[in-house]
Each structure stands twice: as structure tokens, then as C-alpha cells.
Design a binder for this molecule. Structure first.
Ligand code: SF4
Length: 415
């Protein structure tokens, strides 16, 4: 794999569409951050390598086995990357491209209508009959990104997919001519949700695409206007402007004024005390996010040869590996060690095996899997997956149920 894979970026491109729509002010703020510090390191490098690997697989210039150990920029593709991410995604794509009459564009640069300089690179566009599939690969192992997600009372379509669909329709009019259906799909083999489906799809109408073009154009115009909207939210996760963003740095000032909670003297003071705990947690959480952003950019700066006063890169812990695994196993057993002194056999997680099974057209029987939650942890209410009631709440619900039961038992049954 010689040629490094370098996706093109634009200040209004598809990968930033969600952020620009929610926070037009981010465009100018991001531009103030030195260019070499804008990319978030760890995820981006693995994601870039996996995207490059998919291109090689679809172009048939590499196969799954030959990809292991190949380096793209500074990331080396591992056996787990192939088995847990590339094999299942490739199996999905391969099945689609095998459909009779399938035509496709891979890593296709597409220009967005009505906004000069707004373009993006669509991972895969496939046309089968009168359906166009707009597919985006997400190789990050973090938060799950669905094609359609609830936002308040409404269901919202992923803006990045809408961008590629609108830009694809504009840039490739013949490919999109006379389509009946435009299907938007995110293929994400690994995320922090262990049981999440790998693919998530939704269908978009041409009217919805037209509405998106108008909304995105308005957001981009606002971004260049004198006082664009600044709005904090989930879209801040990959925003390079976090270290200089007023919405994120303000908690530092609040933290300086944070009053320590006063221990409650009377039962009535407890509510105030608990409110103070929550306020403290909010501040510390906000500052924690800022710390990550500052840390990431300072590290990237030092890696690219800049000076960050008072900070330096230090060598990480030495990681030791066997030079040649098979040769080492033989030599160690010859030395007098038993096989189980040398080897550990461990079972993979249900999600890892399900992904591998899917890539081979097999289905794991669900009765083999037991699912239970590992204790409880503290999160903000809106992030709670399955809220666990506290003791007070359990007591209140029990009292209410008891009262209802007693009321009910005071009535004579109808005869
Ligand atoms: S960090 Fe969030 S609020 Fe700040 S500029 Fe970026 S997207 Fe906007």
C-alpha cells in the first residue's frame, strides 16, 4: 500500500455538516486553530487506514489476509482490524456489489449544490436498478452513529449522509437519473454499544434532499455572517475549536467561583447539598472535555515539531513482542515449558463472534448468549441507557403502589 490515502476536506464538507448546521460559528473558530492541530489523532488514523484498506479490497489490489501488518501513514492494520471491522464491512459491500446490474462509485468526490467550495468524498455510491445506496463507513469504535436518530420529538437524518446524497445527485446526474429510492446507510462494525447492528439505513425523498440543500446553504451563509450562532452539543465531539471556544472555556471561569457544598445540618438542607453536588459534577465534566481537547492538540503540536512551553513528549512504556511467534512457541516448549505455560485460549466476545459469523454468512444462536448489566454508573439523566431508580425513588413508587392497592381493596367488588 504505497500511496497514502488523503481524503480531501472543505470547510463546508460532508464530514462537518452536522457541526456546521448546529453551530455555524464553529467554521471561523476552527479556521483560527493551526492547520496541523485540527485533526483528532487516535481515531482518525485508524479510520483513515481502514477506509484506505476498503478501497484496496473493493479494487481487488489487496485481500483480507494481505492487509494485516500493512501501514497507512503511521497506522498499522492489525489482525483484529481485519476480523472485527474490515471482514464484516467487506462482506456487506461485496454482497451489494454482487447484485445484478450494480454500478458504483468508490471514494467519489462530490460537490454540494449552491455553495461554492463545498465538497466531500462519499465512501461508496451504489446504483442497483432504480435504487441508489449512499454508504458511509464508520470505523471508529466510539459512539454509535445511526442513519436516523431521535432528536426531541422528531426523527433526524444524519446530515453527513444527506450531504453526500445531495452532492452526489448534483455531481452525478446520470447516475441519479430516474431513481425511485435513495437509501442512506451507515456501516459501523464496532461501537461502544456492544449489541448494536452493524448497518443502519433510512430512505430519503427528493423533497427532503431539497430541504436539506436549503438548510445547509443557510447555515453556511450564517457561518460567514458577522455574528453566527454558537451552539454547544454532541456535535462538539470532533470540533478542533474546543480549546478556544467560549462555550467550552466558560466553565473554567465558573469553576473558579465554585462554592464548596456545605454539609447539610438539617434534613431540609439536603436538597441544596445535592444540587451543589450536581452543579460541581457539571463543571468538572465540562472541564474534563476541555482537558482532553487541550491535551490532544498539545500532543499533536509536539509531534509535529512545535514547542509547547513546559511540555514534552516522553517515551511510552516499553511494549515487548515476540519477534517470530511460531518460532518462539517451538523454542519455549523445547526449553521445557508446557504448552499452556505459553498459550492462552480465550473466547471472543459475542459481538466479535457475531461480526465474524455474519461475514461468513452464519448466524449465532441467541440462546448461547446471556446478557446482563455490570453494575451501575453515574451519568447525566439524558445519557442514562436504562435508568436505575435510587432508593428514595423505589420507596416513593412502593408507597404509591401500596396506596393504590389499599384504595382498591376498600371498594366492594362488583357483584
Ligand atoms: S466546540 Fe462546539 S460550540 Fe464550540 S465552536 Fe465547536 S461546535 Fe461550536
Amino acid at each position: 500500500m504505497n500511496a497514502p490515502f488523503k481524503p480531501a476536506h472543505s470547510p463546508f464538507g460532508g464530514s462537518v455538516a452536522t457541526r456546521v448546521l448546529h453551530c455555524p460559528a464553529s467554521v471561523r473558530l476552527v479556521e483560527k486553530v493551526p492547520k496541523n492541530l485540527r485533526r483528532s489523532s487516535a481515531y482518525a488514523e485508524r479510520g483513515t487506514a481502514c477506509h484506505a484498506a476498503m478501497v484496496r479490497l473493493i479494487d481487488e489490489t489487496e485481500d483480507l489476509e494481505s492487509l494485516v501488518g500493512k501501514t497507512v501513514d503511521s497506522y498499522t492494520i492489525t489482525h483484529d482490524d481485519v476480523e472485527n471491522a474490515l471482514r464484516p464491512v467487506y462482506a456487506y459491500v461485496d454482497a451489494l456489489l454482487d447484485e445484478p446490474g450494480a454500478e458504483f462509485y468508490l471514494e467519489q468526490r462530490v460537490a454540494f449544490p449552491t455553495i461554492a467550495g463545498a465538497f466531500g468524498t462519499a465512501d461508496l455510491l451504489v446504483r442497483i436498478g432504480a435504487t441508489v445506496h449512499v454508504i458511509d463507513f464508520k470505523f471508529g469504535a466510539g459512539v454509535r452513529v445511526p442513519a436516523l436518530y431521535p432528536d426531541g420529538d422528531a426523527d433526524v437524518i444524519n446530515a453527513q449522509l444527506l450531504f453526500y446524497a445531495a452532492a452526489g445527485r448534483h455531481s452525478l446526474p446520470k447516475f441519479f437519473a430516474a431513481v425511485d429510492e435513495i437509501k442512506l446507510t451507515i456501516v459501523q462494525p464496532t461501537s461502544i454499544e456492544p449489541d448494536a447492528e452493524m448497518e443502519s439505513s433510512t430512505v430519503v425523498t427528493t423533497g427532503e434532499l431539497d430541504a436539506f440543500v436549503a438548510a445547509y446553504r443557510a447555515a453556511c451563509e450564517e457561518a460567514l455572517a458577522p455574528a453566527p450562532r454558537l451552539e454547544k452539543g454532541a456535535h462538539c465531539r470532533f470540533c478542533a475549536a474546543r480549546p478556544i471556544c467560549p462555550a467550552h472555556t466558560a466553565p473554567l471561569l465558573d469553576l473558579a467561583q465554585f462554592a464548596m457544598p456545605t454539609p447539610p445540618r438539617a434534613a431540609a438542607d439536603k436538597v441544596t447539598y445535592l444540587q451543589a453536588l450536581a452543579a460541581g459534577l457539571d463543571l468538572v465534566d465540562a472541564v474534563k472535555d476541555l482537558r482532553t481537547a487541550l491535551h490532544e492538540q498539545a500532543k499533536r503540536a509536539l509531534e509535529s515539531g512545535d514547542t509547547v512551553p513546559g511540555y514534552a513528549l516522553t517515551a511510552g512504556r516499553a511494549e515487548r513482542h515476540w519477534r517470530e511467534e511460531n518460532a518462539a512457541i517451538g523454542a519455549l516448549i523445547k526449553l521445557g515449558l508446557a504448552r499452556n505455560d505459553v498459550m492462552v485460549e480465550a473466547m471472543r466476545s459475542p459481538k466479535q463472534i457475531e461480526l465474524r459469523a455474519k461475514a461468513r454468512g452464519l448466524k449465532v444462536p441467541q440462546e448461547l448468549i446471556d446478557s446482563h448489566r455490570s453494575g451501575v454508573s453515574l451519568v447525566r439523566c439524558e445519557k442514562a441507557r436504562a435508568p436505575v431508580p435510587g432508593r428514595g425513588e423505589i420507596v416513593r413508587s412502593f408507597s404509591a403502589a401500596l396506596e393504590t392497592f389499599q384504595k382498591g381493596s376498600n371498594h366492594e367488588p362488583d357483584s
